[in-house]
Write a protein that binds this ligand. Sequence first.
Ligand SMILES: Cc1ncc(COP(=O)(O)O)c(C=O)c1O
Length: 444
Amino acid sequence: MPPLGGLDQKAGPQLVKTPASTTSPAYLSRRAQASGGQPINYLMHTALSRPELISLAAGFVDQGSLPVAEVDDAWRTLAAEQSLAHAALQYGTTAGYRPLRELLLEEQRTADGDPPAMRNLTPEQVVVTAGSNQLLYLLADMLCDAGDIVLCAAPTYYVFLGVLKNLGIRAVSAATDEQGLIPEALEERLEQLAKAGELGRVRCIYVVSYFDNPQGVTLPADRRAKIVELARKYSTEHKIYVLDDAAYRKLRYVGDDVPSFAAFDEDDTVITTQTFSKSFSPGVRVGWGVLPPELVQTFCDVKSNIDFGSPNLNQHLIYEAVRSGGWAKQTAALCDVYRTKRDAMLRACERYMAGLPGVSWRHPAGGLYVWLMLPEGVDAGADGPLFRAALDAGVLYVPGGFSYAGEGEPTANNTIRLSYGVQSPARIDEGIRHLATAVAAVAR
Ligand SMILES: Cc1ncc(COP(=O)(O)O)c(C=O)c1O
């Protein structure tokens, strides 16, 4: 396997060869060059170019349960009323389709139990984007200059780490346990930065708060309250926001929901992002955020440079699906499908890995991922022996090391992110069996 080319690539002037018919090479900006070597591209390429592999890597969703009927119903509702269909097929507004924004705010308020802290939120604070990744990118771009700091969990969502790297933003991590980011560890990190005179560079604390990507852990309510409190306490030079990425909130298979960070936010410290990608369809690519009032105008200004409105038709389809109950129905059906797959993966881990010394894994209550922890010293990285052995055995995984920020906690290369989203229970079982064989061979 070729090395994961480009991951350590230094950004510097570089000329790129163009086809023979043109004479001058292309010049690429430093920022474009810094976007090279993203793990997501490499993993997707490997999965697509080797279809025989059992991919436990992709964060893709279950193919068979995509909401064809719900989308069909939503379109028929629009088409039945010409003015609605015309509006949906026209440009929309930068902030998004107003009725959808109203509905989404109501939905979040209800899910959070209508706490006093959320009573002042208005639909003007809700923005709709082309997936939540666009929202995360735009927020990073508008809150941070190059060299600024985003605090995060170790490990965290690796695509967002790529966004930060691309923008020249420092990601600094704090320790986690089986309940996610540890507030005391976060405070320690904030103290260190304060002592180093760098507190003024901290712009936000990024947390994947439900069944996180990659560990599958959910922050309990008391930690959420403490993290908001810490953001407030250390907002001495300027506001430090809590960026609550709730992408997996709707995919809960056991236990009770936990209120989002917004429920603990008395003074506009929290930014919430969510997406329909995991709970409905990634193909419609609709995400949304609830922003503190002071950020909305600038966010829309920055966004309007890019698209002056995310795909309007998709927003209308989503509106109909939410309004009609199609989304809720789809989410409930998905939870049944994924619960079965999660159980298949946990059973397979138990069956094939329980006997391997020093191997353990988390038991997620929702989401799409199981986090596997291997003995110290086992290198599960993309250029390491286990990744190669797993590919030879026919299985692809995401090296856990991708999910660690460059600063803060050390990278745990002896970790693996496994996804049960795409494969059938039988293939999940087979994939884990192959992986266990590779682990046993390499960890000897
Ligand atoms: C934690 C997290 N946040 C955000 C996203 C982005 O999702 P999308 O852009 O499809 O809304 C993902 C996708 O996998 C994710 O895992």
